[in-house]
Design a protein around this ligand. Structure first.
Ligand SMILES: NC(=O)c1ccc[n+]([C@@H]2O[C@H](COP(=O)([O-])OP(=O)(O)OC[C@H]3O[C@@H](n4cnc5c(N)ncnc54)[C@H](O)[C@@H]3O)[C@@H](O)[C@H]2O)c1
Length: 263
């Protein structure tokens, strides 16, 4: 296999991917493994994580990456297998569907998995990376973390928080060798999208991508260290609209949330 500059970027590196039993995490494991990385596959889905680890010749660590114990076991497992962690892809997520009446439990779960998992991983990794001269922290947030998501208040708020935490990490540590990136896709054809009921149609309106297409975009972004990874190009335009005319943007979002209402 010829070595391209991009494959040189992760070849021999230790890459941890959470939520990698299927969907985007699985596709990332396949892409980074093809480029020569050593992959630690994490998930709470035992069989799925083991299957993906076998497929990519990696190591499976079954753990809840959102808990302190789980993320500690995950980083210890990757370090035992490959000596260090060079790249951490905080990809595991939960859908967080619901409106103002979403339960305490729905909010707690969304905030734990979509935000606090990243905080807990960074707490362990950043001090080590500062010592060893660098590292890469990639968060699979969502376009919902830049824009929003009709019908999914816990998801939208927790993904905004994930992007905010990624920005904070980047602005604080970018001068010390720590690269932080946020993946913000719209609809991707995975188990999560399939389980979103009526929301699936709204999410799909601007076109769906395969997990493999998203993984390819992430892989390209390793080359230039860009903070925002936007596999759906329209997201950039929507994000600009939100910033430049927030009220008009909110009115458009309102019509998405209530498509039959008279505006
Ligand atoms: N599918 C989409 O349309 C879409 C769009 C934007 C962002 N995302 C984000 O992409 C990421 C991956 O989701 P996906 O679409 O591939 O869905 P998916 O359901 O296929 O993958 C999510 C994985 O995370 C695992 N997981 C959940 N909680 C966990 C925990 N606490 N510890 C370890 N593993 C855990 C699940 O078991 C599952 O295998 C999520 O963060 C999701 O929010 C998805």
């Amino acid at each position: 296999m010829s070595i391209t500059p991009s494959s040189a970027g992760v070849s021999g590196k230790s890459v941890v991917i959470t939520g990698a039993a299927g969907g985007i995490g699985h596709a990332l494991a396949v892409r980074f493994s093809a480029a020569g990385a050593n992959i630690t596959v994490n998930d709470v889905d035992h069989a799925g994580a083991r299957n993906v680890a076998n497929e990519v010749g990696g190591t499976a660590v079954i753990a809840d990456c959102a808990t302190e114990d789980g993320v500690t076991a995950l980083i210890a497992g990757a370090t035992e297998a490959y000596g260090r962690v060079d790249v951490y892809i905080a990809n595991a997520g939960v859908p967080g569907i619901g409106d103002v009446s979403a339960s305490e439990e729905a909010w707690r779960l969304a905030l734990e998995v979509n935000l606090m998992a990243h905080v807990r991983a960074a707490r362990l990794l950043v001090p080590v990376w500062l010592e060893q001269g660098g590292g890469r922290f990639i968060i699979t947030a969502s376009a919902a973390g830049l824009l929003s998501m009709p019908g999914a208040a816990p998801y939208a708020a927790s993904k905004h928080a994930a992007v905010a935490f990624a920005e904070w990490l980047s602005m604080t540590y970018r001068d010390r060798g720590i690269v932080v990136q946020a993946i913000c896709p719209q609809a991707v054809r995975t188990r999560m999208l399939g389980g979103m009921g009526a929301l699936t149609e709204i999410a799909e309106r601007t076109g769906t991508l395969s997990p493999t297409e998203v993984a390819e975009e992430v892989y390209d972004a390793i080359l230039d260290d860009r903070f925002l990874i936007l596999p759906h190009p329209d997201v950039h335009r929507f994000y600009v609209n939100r910033a430049t005319d927030t009220d008009r943007w909110l009115k458009t979002m309102n019509s998405l949330a209530h498509p039959t209402s008279d505006e």
